[in-house]
Design a protein around this ligand. Sequence first.
Ligand SMILES: C[S@@+](CC[C@H](N)C(=O)[O-])C[C@H]1O[C@@H](n2cnc3c(N)ncnc32)[C@H](O)[C@@H]1O
Length: 342
Amino acid sequence: MDPTRKILQDAFAFRSSIMLLSAVEAGLFDLFREKSVLTAPQVSHLKGWTLRGSEIFLNALAGLGYLKKHDEQFEIAPAFREVFASENYSLLREWLMHQWRLLRRWTQILEVLETGKPARELNREPRGANHHNFILSMAHREKRVLPDVLNMISLEGRHHLLDLGGGPGIFAIALAEKYPDLRATVYDVPETEPLARQFFEQSPARERLDFRGGDFLHEELGENYDVVLLSSILHIYGPEENRTLLKKVFRALQPGGKIIIRDFLLFRNKTKPLFAALFAVNMLINTQSGNAYSAAEIKSWLKEAGFRHFRTGRFSDKWGIIDAVKPAETIRRGPQDQRSSK
Ligand SMILES: C[S@@+](CC[C@H](N)C(=O)[O-])C[C@H]1O[C@@H](n2cnc3c(N)ncnc32)[C@H](O)[C@@H]1O
């Protein structure tokens, strides 16, 4: 591509994001869903927006393809009708609102680079302020990828899953439904419990689902699990915290137990896939020590914790899975064992 063209394209990209996310925040698509067809003066009246602003905003939203304009009337464009009418839109909306918050924080990137502080700290946002929205936006993301996750994970013969940082528990629920002999424990911060339990209640496997509240960095995980899932967890923390956490998971597993890590995986030189490289920036802006990692880095921590028999599967340029096993006979790690541990 012509280099100047790329520069202009990247520089302009924010405009479409802001149009979409602000329309969602304003509840515009809900309004159109309710009223079907509206003119700019009607939107101006119903939303309390200026008439000039409403006209310009609706025209641009139609230009982006989300609305269709006919004479002076606007409606949701046919391609998006199903999405905005669907009952899944409430979770998608949570996800989009999460992105909207992230977008504002991203504008503080230079301050983050200069101070080393995440945006949340720079803005003095109270801890857990957006937890409800965050957990529901995770539920949206988990439901989107669920069929692929279920295809890539086999828990045949496993009895007790720990879904560490399992959030709303969408994966734990689906796995318990798929494997009738499986119990699943979702471990997350206590504030997540009411939301996770709401999802549990809707599942035919609810009797085999439970929630354990705590801080997995500083509290016990429980024991005797035969499989532990860490999906989108390692990127929240730095290498030291992750190495400690993986050792803790190792102790919580029965011999022969399996660890499954699902995350955005960078290639070795860390510039690609682009999605993961940009996700690392997201972690820079939003966490104290988070990052995106390569499969090689994660495997080295797993190996140090005592895990063996690594397998890596890349689902897409966005994410992949690494699994490994706690050997049936726990290896006392000396130089010789390290050699035989491939
Ligand atoms: C990025 S979300 C991932 C949720 C889910 N595993 C998924 O793949 O969608 C991270 C989850 O880990 C939880 N979490 C992060 N740090 C934690 C900690 N120290 N102790 C307990 N839960 C934690 C968060 O509350 C959140 O639900």
